[in-house]
Design a protein around this ligand. Structure first.
Ligand SMILES: C[S@@+](CC[C@H](N)C(=O)[O-])C[C@H]1O[C@@H](n2cnc3c(N)ncnc32)[C@H](O)[C@@H]1O
Length: 994
């Protein structure tokens, strides 16, 4: 309970526009209370595992506890992932409480720290990754594995000058990455021990390029990647995005031209620089304009001269006698560097270079793959099962996993929904399965680039050939910038694909799918959803959240959600791409003819599955953005392509396709967020945690034995309050049950937010109303949540009291930990408890949380949202980049209109014949033929709408007939009649293509 009481007018916590007026002390106390309450919750979970322990809990000065209560993992000791203590940090109550502590502590620090010092922290924080890089590259965590070492010894082993090394290590110790146990004597701790690759130092020094082989080195690889080329790239964000930067810093003129190996062509694309993945901050940093990051990793555009970002890094230290020389970590391309060994054959991360040249970036390339092996599990594979109502699809429906990598996510789906072929228990009846499959299950197509498809097929053939043999799953080589070959799929699925691309490219990918969609097709996008840093009233989409936490915490949980923003900036720095807010995703989808109707996030995760339905493509937007390759609708593609061709021919630039080619991996290098391994068959299998040696199921079960006993006893703790409702309503972690229906029933879908009725919640002095207990008066409530570490996906607390929990993966992933975000219920409760809030805010978050506490089975996904039907389709949709400020206007949505209406005839025609027909003069007959050829039926079209933009555009059958278009709706019948006349030869054809 805070000692400070506040007046009801002291602080407005609900109104986004209400300035934080007074009583900073009240806010600080509230944050302090949040930390204290969260700590209590964590202690209770730990206590529940071993039974009650004496209060107060053990402290450094008290005698060692006699009970078996595990302590929270110590910062000063190396991490032991297999310990119960460490595993309990994955308990959802604990994880949510940790999130609150991190959010509140970050905010406390920002509030009380002198602002200039906070600025210094951020402005000079670049030293942290720099020092971390040396720590990892010089294998210091491995050297400290056996215990503390004097810096003299470390200097001797690494070749780094002793005084310099001491200062670098001390900076890390100051930031809690190491311990300085005595002057100049350093030891690892819980954090830096994660960088230990597990390999002997001698072998690392002999073969530094093999450091990331094996499973234990994912964190080391991740740190190496982030602190090397990504860190350097980030330093150039201003140069890349601020047009005036070159005026201020004259040397910038050179950065994208003089040192670029292909500068003469590469810097003159028709794309604006901010949309060009080959002119990203990375390109500035490494002076290699025109070369995409992946192409560069695969060896293009880097020579000894170009690679070294600023050519001002100190040369590596001269090796002393008996010292190992530090390798030129990070893929230096100095000519003296030895040719790195080829990738290990058969490794899932190995790549096949298409060029016989030696790749000077081979080390970085392999490191990237290893780093992604860790981050691939940022989102639990099982979460996809709740991301869409897959069970609602008719048997035989086709799901296309576009840019599906090696099919890891498809494997999760196919294991559940491919009918009998997906069931491991029936595999011995394969022939029978194949028959059943044809009638019963869903079919899956995994599309990717050729080299990835080859890797995927190989992996599936080894792991589950029956799914390939039965036809339930197949791989297909397909470039998602080209027309989608599978028409009218039930679902097009894009998992962490769009975040790799700037808007213009992402829009094009979506348009290709929209072109192929039928009215029944659904689009499912799996991507991170960046939460706004303010309360977000964007309520158009079912499942959209207004905020992740009530005040006084930042609505997006600030520092506790930082990971998705780091990821976002990484996408900017490397590719000019981005993670997106829900508003941005909605606008991007709308610009390509998709209306987002629902977003689903697993509790505590910021990874969303976004469902969209086809709607008319905004042709007017396409027309307005004509001339910018890729940034318009596919309907305008003909124009863009034409223009681009002209530019290329005249030496003015190049087409989008070339940029795509240069930006893309040729070797199947995993990209950010891709899964590079197939999951265990069936979602109920344990999932390998990020960055840790994966414990076996037996280990986990053993670790969980005391917890399971406690659950079986189901005895209330003496500390249990009469009501537990004031404790956070964290979802139960979820070992996924083995059968489909129960699996589906526990995975959580975000509820539709209620109408915005949230009252202004005010600080009050003293006791709280609304029946909530004042903290000082209530007995200490404690969580009775049994511990079950989360398995793939998160689950709602639908487990019945007697049900035996099955431990799953002991640790959440990096991303999931950082986004245990929806702490709203407990925060609000805590605020109420602390006397900070008068009312529990009626926010969607709180409603969701109350449903989580109810132990009711998940009722299944809500039915589709009915859509409003405007009388007229707006002529222009805002471009995605602008749309974060303004949500797009409503789209037409009677089922029929929503599905079938195409906007202007010009648009529809362009759409059909987009690549063949030039702008403005269009042949009806030809376009209808093209239309049919692409599988689009003319009776799909209800009406054509002419927007004001289209007035004056001539559309006709060629030279002979040009019909001025007038605004308004043209009935489909008359258009088709006109077309029929054309087809009958009533008009002479004169299209330039004839
Ligand atoms: C981040 S990964 C996502 C992979 C997979 N969806 C997953 O969730 O693991 C992006 C994928 O897009 C693929 N990709 C990149 N460019 C492509 C293109 N032009 N056509 C098809 N796939 C492409 C990459 O090969 C990669 O597998």
């Amino acid at each position: 309970m805070t000692g400070i009481q506040t007046r009801s007018t002291d602080y407005c916590v609900q109104q986004p526009t209400c300035p934080p007026t007074t009583m900073t002390f009240a806010v600080l106390r509230a944050l302090h209370t949040i930390v204290g309450d969260a700590l209590s919750e964590i202690e209770h979970v730990y206590a529940d595992v071993a039974g009650p322990y004496a209060s107060p809990p053990p402290s450094p000065t008290s005698p060692a506890p006699t009970s078996t209560v595990p302590d929270f993992p110590a910062l000063d000791a190396p991490s032991d992932p297999s310990s119960l203590s460490e595993q309990l940090t994955a308990h959802p109550t604990v994880a949510a409480a940790i999130t609150r502590i991190v959010a509140a502590a970050g905010q406390l620090s920002a509030t009380v720290h002198p602002p200039f010092l906070t600025i210094c922290d951020a402005a000079m924080g670049y030293h942290l990754p720099s020092c971390l890089r040396l720590l990892e590259a010089a294998h210091i965590p491995e050297m400290l594995r056996e215990g503390p070492l004097h810096v003299r010894e470390l200097a001797n082993k690494t070749g780094v000058e002793q005084a310099k090394l001491a200062h670098i290590l001390r900076l890390l110790a100051t930031h809690h990455f190491l311990r300085e146990v005595a002057p100049d004597v350093f030891a690892t701790n819980r954090i830096s021990s994660l960088l230990d690759s597990g390999k002997p130092v001698a072998s690392l020094q002999a073969n530094p390029e093999r450091k990331y082989d094996g499973d234990a080195s994912a964190v080391a690889a991740f740190v190496g990647l982030c602190t090397d080329e990504l860190h350097k790239s980030s330093a150039y964000i201003t140069e890349a995005v601020f047009p005036d930067a070159a005026k201020i810093y004259p040397e910038l003129e050179r950065s994208l031209t003089a040192r670029s190996p292909i500068s003469t062509t590469a810097t003159t694309t028709t794309l604006p620089a901010h949309s060009d993945p080959t002119r990203s901050p990375f390109n500035h940093a490494f002076g290699c304009a025109g070369v995409g990051y992946f192409a560069w990793l695969e060896g293009e555009g880097c020579t000894a001269q170009e690679d070294d970002p600023k050519q001002d890094e100190p040369p590596p230290p001269a090796p002393k006698k008996s010292h190992r020389r530090l390798r030129s970590f990070g893929g230096s391309t100095s000519s003296s560097e030895k040719t790195p060994p080829p990738p290990k054959p058969g490794s899932s991360h190995s790549v096949v270079l298409t060029s016989p040249k030696v790749n000077p970036n081979q080390f970085r390339l392999e490191r990237f793959g290893k780093a992604m092996a860790g981050t691939g599990s940022w989102e639990a594979p099982g979460a996809v099962l709740a991301g869409f109502d897959w069970a609602s699809l008719p048997p035989g429906s086709t799901i296309v996993d576009v840019g599906g990598g090696i099919g890891s996510t498809t494997m999760v789906l196919a294991s559940e929904y491919a009918g009998e072929a997906g069931s491991e228990g029936r595999l011995r009846h394969r022939a029978c399965c194949m028959l059943l499959m044809r009638s019963a299950g869903l079919r899956f197509v995994v599309q990717d680039r050729a080299v990835v498809v080859e890797m995927g097929e190989k992996a599936w053939r080894a792991k589950c050939p029956e799914l390939l043999d039965s036809g339930a799953v197949r791989f297909q080589v397909h470039d998602f910038f080209t027309p989608q070959p599978i028409l009218k799929a039930a679902v097009y699925f894009l998992r962490v694909v769009l975040h790799d691309w700037p808007d213009a490219f992402a829009q094009k990918i979506l348009l290709r799918l929209r072109e192929a969609a039928s009215s029944d097709t659904r689009l499912v996008i799996g991507d991170w959803v960046l939460p706004m840093a303010c309360v977000d009233d964007f309520g158009d989409v079912e499942g959209a959240e207004k905020m992740l936490a009530p005040a006084p915490l930042l609505p997006n949980l600030g520092k506790a959600s930082a990971n998705v923003y780091w990821m976002d900036m990484t996408m900017h720095a490397a590719f000019n791409a981005q993670e997106r807010t829900l508003r941005e995703i909605v606008a991007l989808a709308a610009s390509a003819g998709w209306k987002v109707i629902k977003v689903t996030k697993a509790p505590g995760s910021l990874f969303g599955h976004i469902v969209a339905v086809p709607v008319p493509v905004p042709i007017s937007a396409a027309r307005r953005s004509r001339g910018r390759a890729g940034s318009g609708s596919a309907f305008a593609e003909a124009e863009a392509a034409e223009e681009s061709k002209k530019n290329t021919e005249s030496g003015n630039g190049e087409g989008l396709d070339n940029v795509v080619e240069r930006a893309s991996s040729r070797c199947g290098t995993p990209t950010f967020g891709s899964r590079v391994e197939l999951p265990s068959r069936g979602p109920a299998k344990l999932r390998k945690p990020f960055g840790y040696g994966a414990p076996t199921a037996a280990t986990v079960l053993k670790q969980a034995a005391p917890i399971m006993r406690a659950v079986k006893r189901n005895k209330p703790s003496p500390l249990t309050a009469t009501t537990t409702s004031t404790m956070p309503a964290s979802p139960l972690p979820s070992p996924l049950p083995s059968n489909n229906s129960s699996l589906r029933s526990i995975l959580v879908s975000s509820p539709r937010p209620p109408p915005p009725t949230s009252p202004v919640v005010t600080l009050v002095r003293g006791r709280v109303d609304s029946g909530s207990q004042n903290q000082a008066q209530r007995p200490l409530a404690r969580s009775r949540t049994p511990f079950r570490p989360p398995g793939p996906g998160y689950a709602q607390s639908s487990t019945s009291p007697g049900q035996s929990p099955i431990p799953g993966s002991p640790r959440p992933t990096l991303g999931r930990r950082s986004s245990h975000a929806q702490l709203s219920p407990s925060s609000a409760n805590n605020a109420v408890k602390a006397g900070l809030l008068r009312h529990m805010p009626s926010s969607p978050v709180l409603k969701q949380s109350s449903s989580r506490t109810s132990n009711k089975p998940y009722p299944g996904p809500p039915s589709p949202v009915p859509v409003q039907v405007p009388s007229r389709i707006p002529a222009l949709l805002r471009r995605a980049s602008a749309a974060q400020l303004h949500p797009p206007p409503p789209l037409p949505s009677t089922p029929k209109q929503q599905q079938n209406t195409l906007l202007s005839p010009l648009g529809s025609i362009r759409r059909m014949g987009s690549m063949l027909l030039p702008a403005r003069t269009v042949d009806f007959g030809r376009s209808l033929n093209l239309n049919r050829r692409k599988g689009m039926e003319s009776d799909d079209i209800d009406a054509y709408e002419m927007s004001d933009d289209d007035v004056g555009v001539s559309v006709g059958a060629g030279e002979g007939v040009r019909r001025p278009m007038s605004p308004g709706l043209l009935p489909a019948g008359s258009v088709l009649a006109e077309a029929a006349k054309i087809e009958r030869g009533a008009f002479r054809r004169g299209s330039p293509d004839d």
